[in-house]
Write a protein that binds this ligand. Structure first.
Ligand code: SF4
Length: 218
């Protein structure tokens, strides 16, 4: 008998993540499994071209910040476009968000990742999903095992019944789901733009997905 109570859970999440990585590869993504956050961070950094002129847009993602990627990218000399950077003025943050759409690389997480290897995301303004799909020639997505779901219905369930309420709470926004999860009370809907990426969009040089055997983000 194992002495690590959580070893079976780790094993289960690893198997599920590995299966998802295989599905993503079949769909044309460059996909990797990482056992730890540290491994995931190294994989992400290895996918950023080593040119001093590279600009990297950061999506609104707790996962990306948990991995310490903004600091690592800056330390590597890249130009980081981060609209969450609290040291910047509101105007500078807005400009960073606009510029993400034309960055060389766009780095984010995903609200959900299906077993068949599709990425499902919902945005209020659409800046994150737009930059994932169009503009930057390289998209990189990093997801903890907690983002894995069976299929598209479960992805939507995860977004509306977990990711959105928690994220809007984090932003201190008084959406209806702060009291009861009933999107019919949300008018106009705050989750306005939803995308399903089933394969790398045409025109992308590379679309990388890293699935990590750790809980990351919401
Ligand atoms: S109530 Fe509004 S903000 Fe909350 S999950 Fe539904 S659409 Fe999104």
């Amino acid at each position: 008998m194992t002495t690590d109570t959580y070893a079976p859970e780790k094993w289960f999440n690893r198997q599920r993540a590995l299966n998802c990585v295989e599905a993503l590869k079949k769909n044309g993504f460059t996909a990797y499994f990482a056992e730890t956050s540290e491994e995931a961070k190294k994989l992400v950094m290895s996918e950023i071209p080593e040119k001093s002129t590279v600009t990297v847009g950061l999506g609104g993602s707790v996962t990306v910040r948990e991995l310490g990627l903004p600091e690592a990218l800056q330390a590597a000399g890249h130009t980081v476009l981060d609209h969450w950077d609290a040291s910047k003025s509101p105007a500078e943050r807005a400009a960073a968000r606009d510029a993400q759409v034309t960055a060389d690389v766009f780095l984010s997480s995903s609200n959900a990742l299906t077993e068949a290897g599709a990425l499902v995301n919902s945005d209020g303004s659409g800046n994150r999903v737009a930059s994932m799909i169009f503009g930057p020639k390289i998209s990189i997505v990093v997801c903890g095992y907690n983002k894995l779901v069976k299929g598209i219905p479960e992805a939507m369930e995860r977004i509306y019944r977990y990711a959105a309420p928690v994220n809007y709470k984090r932003l201190n926004l008084d959406t209806p789901c702060q009291k009861a999860i009933d999107c019919s009370q949300c008018s106009p809907k705050s989750c306005r733009v939803t995308t399903i990426i089933e394969a790398p969009p045409l025109g992308k040089k590379k679309f990388v997905v890293v699935v990590v055997n750790e809980k990351l983000g919401f």
